[in-house]
Write a protein that binds this ligand. Structure first.
Ligand code: PFF
Length: 454
């Protein structure tokens, strides 16, 4: 296999296409399902502010690093390090990313399966005249069942595999351009309804009025992990996408647009959910079911709620799909290059292996729930290891690679193609990737394992 970039690689056709694809990867269940759920568990506003600080200080520079690595190497996550740093151990960063992708997709597909189930429940008007308690037990019964969520998860995995086999470019560009703005519109309607419910104020205070004394080492680590998860960073997804970006694209603009879109959507989801959580007497720390338990109550009370709820869960599933294909692509590209398989064979192999783990994740909500590791069921364990361990460690190495190995000159040369970056801005970026990002990640991890306390 040659180490030279191949000449006729796919590339995203328009500038908007690049942003759309990267935003399609970033915006997903992480924003709408996971952000409210973990913000609820870790105390609301304090978690939100720490998470925003990580996005700015670590997320932005790591995203630019990934795009720079991808576009200059013209390779996927694993191959990129082999091209840019031949014969060095840097390529193991790519392997870490493949492992993270594998674990993430195993539980991601389960939640996407729940979302599919909620499309069907919405169509059947399944939440109609149900009390908040009944809506809660509807969710719990679904996820504990050994058959239905497994089948739905497998359907979702097959859909993702289908898109990855056909080729991702056209699919994502088209979907993201039309459907993501629609998702934003629906979220705004939900926010309006939610903040006008009786008792909504407590929810807004929970989300925006920080009490930093509530923040634990676990909370800080989760905020860090989530900054990576939500922006699709730390495992090479955006290295792979970066390799499809044309040389006339302004990378800095892309990074800013994607980060702003992703963050705004997460905050909108928070505003849609927490006022309703308090209004309906649901515990903010409810866990992975938070949105599935809260939102049906809101739809219930909204004019046009029937249609809104169908549309919302369809769009949530599509958002999940544009993210899952970017996760699957990391594993597929690895199988393709390392084992010399075709795209189709790699995709089928990756999908089967991930789905096996995914079935265990799904069953761990019900029949396998007695099996716990470090106090976590299999679903939570996959989430914890990937988001809180593998992504930050991957991100740390990506930052170190760009800061210390790749270096300022090459970053400048790559960014200068299609864009500009002032010397001062570049200096800030280099400082962040050389020092701030790696040191902050190390401190958060050491704090979590108790080796460093404040
Ligand atoms: N960013 C996606 C979300 O927020 O749903 C999840 C994700 C996609 C994580 C791609 C990691 C990744 F590489």
């Amino acid at each position: 296999m040659s180490n030279l970039p191949s000449g006729n690689r796919d590339s995203f056709s328009s500038k908007f296409g690049v942003i759309a694809a990267a935003a399609g990867s970033a915006v997903g269940l992480g924003n709408i399902w996971k952000f409210p759920y973990i913000a609820g568990v870790y105390g609301g506003a304090a978690f939100l502010f720490v998470y925003l600080a990580f996005i700015l200080a670590i997320g932005l520079p790591v995203m630019l690093s990934e795009l720079v690595i991808g576009r200059s190497s013209q390779r996927n996550a694993f191959g990129a390090f082999k091209v840019l740093a031949p014969g060095t151990p840097w390529r193991y960063v790519g392997i870490l990313g493949v492992a993270a992708a594998f674990l993430i997709l195993s539980f991601y597909g389960v939640v996407a399966g729940w979302s599919l189930q909620y499309i069907s429940l919405s169509i059947q008007d399944g939440f109609h005249s149900k009390s908040p308690d009944e809506i809660t037990s509807l969710f719990n019964t679904l996820i504990e069942s050994p058959i239905r969520p497994v089948i739905l998860q497998l359907i979702f995995m097959v859909l993702s595999a289908g898109i990855v086999i056909i080729g991702i470019k056209k699919g994502i560009e088209k979907y993201t351009k039309i459907l993501m703005p629609l998702l934003v519109v629906i979220l705004i309607f939900l926010c309006i309804k939610s903040v006008t419910l009786d008792g909504a104020k407590a929810g807004l205070e929970f989300l925006f009025k920080p009490d930093f004394s509530k923040l634990s080492a676990d909370g800080i680590l989760s905020a860090l992990g989530h900054a990576f998860f939500t922006l699709s960073l730390g495992m090479g997804t955006l290295i792979t996408y970066g390799s499809y970006i044309k040389k006339d694209n302004n990378l800095v603009n892309t990074v800013i647009n994607v980060t702003v879109a992703d963050t705004v959507i997460a905050i909108l989801a928070g505003v849609a959910i927490f006022p309703a959580v308090f209004a309906f007497g649901i515990a903010p720390s409810e866990g992975p079911g938070l949105i599935f338990i809260t939102l049906p109550n809101v739809f219930h009370q909204m004019p046009g709620g029937y249609i809104f709820s169908i549309l919302f869960f369809i769009l949530l599933s599509v958002a999940a799909l544009t993210s899952s294909i970017s996760i699957l692509e990391v594993v597929v590209a690895y199988f393709k290059e390392e084992f010399n398989l075709g795209r189709k064979a790699s995709t089928i192999l990756a999908t089967i292996l991930i789905s096996i783990l995914g079935v265990l994740c799904s069953l761990s909500m019900g029949v396998l729930s007695p099996y716990e590791f470090f106090g976590l069921n299999i679903f939570d364990l996959m989430d914890w290891i990937s988001a809180n361990l593998l992504l930050p460690i991957g991100g740390m190495f990506i930052a170190l690679f760009v800061g210390w190995y790749f270096g300022r000159k090459k970053v400048q040369a790559e960014v200068a193609q299609g864009g500009t970056m002032s010397g001062a801005f570049l200096s800030i970026f280099m400082f962040l990737v050389k020092f701030i990002a790696p040191i902050a990640i190390a401190i958060v991890m050491l704090n979590k394992i108790g080796l460093l306390t404040f």
